[in-house]
Write a protein that binds this ligand. Structure first.
Ligand code: CO8
Length: 281
């Protein structure tokens, strides 16, 4: 796979958004690149196992929103290093904070911006995904795990509870008994167990993680963009709304997609026995 790593955010943002960003938007804790219709965000604080400090979460949210604003991007992969996707929120940064300070300067707001992007998000996880790192993965639509990955919410060992959605998203993903076990004991799940529990979409050998993530992301990005947006919105609605409301919304959106050129193309291509060529409109 040819990945055009772009060292400086200025160059990347220029490519992504067509504008040169001001200096304060230069990324120092992540790397961002694009390959075809796929955007890549790589967490890059190796000395702290990619712990999520306020700089990193701001940069992740900014990069995701820039990629999301580009209709040439149909999927975003977020990944870390071989050793750690992310070992949680930065404990050194938050240890001395007051309760009020945590409310005022919470990383929550930045990561909610990340979680709200329309573009499908794929987490490619190797090594530790702990605390906020596990919660960051849970904000993504697909979680691809290397066989070296481990997922855990050890916050109670630090005297707090999960604070970036863990008590809610993990419970919806794997059910109450398993989530309660993970949260109350702090026990981590290895990749295989995480897949069996439904926390992880697929597990691959660590050496194949990047290629497998690229493969999934290219497949997702090859679909009609407005249809992928609609599918993602409905997947999210399944977690947030009552069944009757979700089914009503699904019927409405399903019918509305028949106004897209891509619906006409997709069905014509099937009938013509040829691959569809989507125009993303
Ligand atoms: N924060 C800050 N620094 C960290 C973190 C972290 N979460 N994790 C690792 N580091 C640092 C270590 O301090 C160490 O730094 P140094 O070399 O300067 O001493 C370096 O990374 C390497 O770590 P270790 O030496 O500990 O590496 P090991 O291989 O021995 O252990 C572990 C790896 C098991 C991952 C271990 O580092 C660990 O237990 N880390 C903490 C995991 C954790 O508890 N995570 C949860 C954090 S709390 C959280 O995420 C709350 C989220 C909600 C926030 C909501 C805000 C609104």
């Amino acid at each position: 796979m040819t990945k055009h790593a772009i060292a400086e955010h200025a160059a990347d943002a220029a490519q992504v958004s067509g504008v040169t960003p001001p200096d304060h938007l230069r990324y120092t804790t992540i790397r961002v690149s694009t390959t075809g219709r796929v955007g890549w965000i790589t967490l890059d604080r190796p000395h702290a196992l990619n712990a999520l400090n306020s700089q990193l979460v701001t940069e992740v949210a900014d990069a995701a929103e820039r990629l999301d604003a580009d209709d040439g991007i149909g999927a975003i992969v977020i990944t870390g290093s071989e050793r750690a996707f992310a070992a949680g929120a930065d404990i050194a940064e938050m240890a001395g904070k007051s309760s009020v300070a945590m409310r005022l300067a919470s990383p929550y707001a930045a990561l909610e911006r990340f979680a709200r992007v329309r573009t499908p998000l794929i987490a490619a996880v190797a090594g530790y995904a702990l605390g906020g790192g596990c919660e960051l993965a849970l904000m993504c639509d697909i979680i691809l795990a290397a066989d070296t990955a481990s997922f855990g919410l050890p916050e109670l060992t630090l005297g707090v509870i999960p604070g970036l959605g863990g008590t809610q998203r993990l419970t919806r993903a794997i059910g109450l008994p398993k989530a309660a076990d993970m949260i109350l004991t702090g026990r981590s799940l290895r990749a295989e167990e995480a897949e069996r529990a439904g926390l992880v979409s697929r597990v691959v050998p660590a050496a194949e993680l990047e290629a497998a993530a690229a493969d999934i992301a290219e497949t997702v990005a090859s679909r009609s963009l407005p249809v992928a947006y609609a599918a993602k919105e409905m997947l999210r609605a399944s977690q947030e709304s009552a069944l009757a409301e979700g089914l009503r919304l699904e019927r409405h959106i399903f019918a509305s997609l028949f106004s897209l050129a891509d619906q006409k193309e997709g069905m014509a291509a099937f009938l013509d026995k040829r691959p569809a060529v989507f125009q993303h409109r």
